[in-house]
Design a protein around this ligand. Structure first.
Ligand code: FES
Length: 112
């Protein structure tokens, strides 16, 4: 089996999920990836919170990561076509270049 060209992490956290994230986005992305015939190039994973709740539903695409925010059903099909099929990230939904750490290590010394 070959490595997928892209890994898509769709946040399944407690803040993104009620905003239309996770299940509906995963189903829409899986359907669009199948329709485009690129299912062997794309791996889709539900993830936990990535500390971008205010930007949710959030989706990261690797390599990159390219971090997308406020992802709608329309946006996820556009990301499938333009980013995952054509290799061009969809600039209008990109919210950051780097993922944020879940743990803020700079505050750890205040805990102990
Ligand atoms: S619940 Fe999705 S980033 Fe926090």
């Amino acid at each position: 089996m070959t490595e997928p060209a892209y890994r898509v992490h769709i946040c399944h956290g407690p803040n993104c999920t009620p905003r239309g994230g996770a299940k509906a986005l995963i189903e829409a992305l899986e359907a669009e990836v199948r329709r485009l015939g690129i299912e062997d190039r794309v791996e889709i994973l539900a993830t936990s919170c990535r500390n971008r709740c205010e930007l949710g539903p959030s989706v990261n695409v690797y390599p990159g990561p390219v971090c997308y925010g406020h992802v709608t059903l329309t946006a996820i099909t556009q990301i499938a076509r333009e980013h995952l099929r054509d290799g061009v990230p969809v600039i209008e939904y990109i919210v950051a270049d780097e993922p944020r750490p879940i743990i803020d290590f700079s505050k750890l010394d205040k805990l102990f």
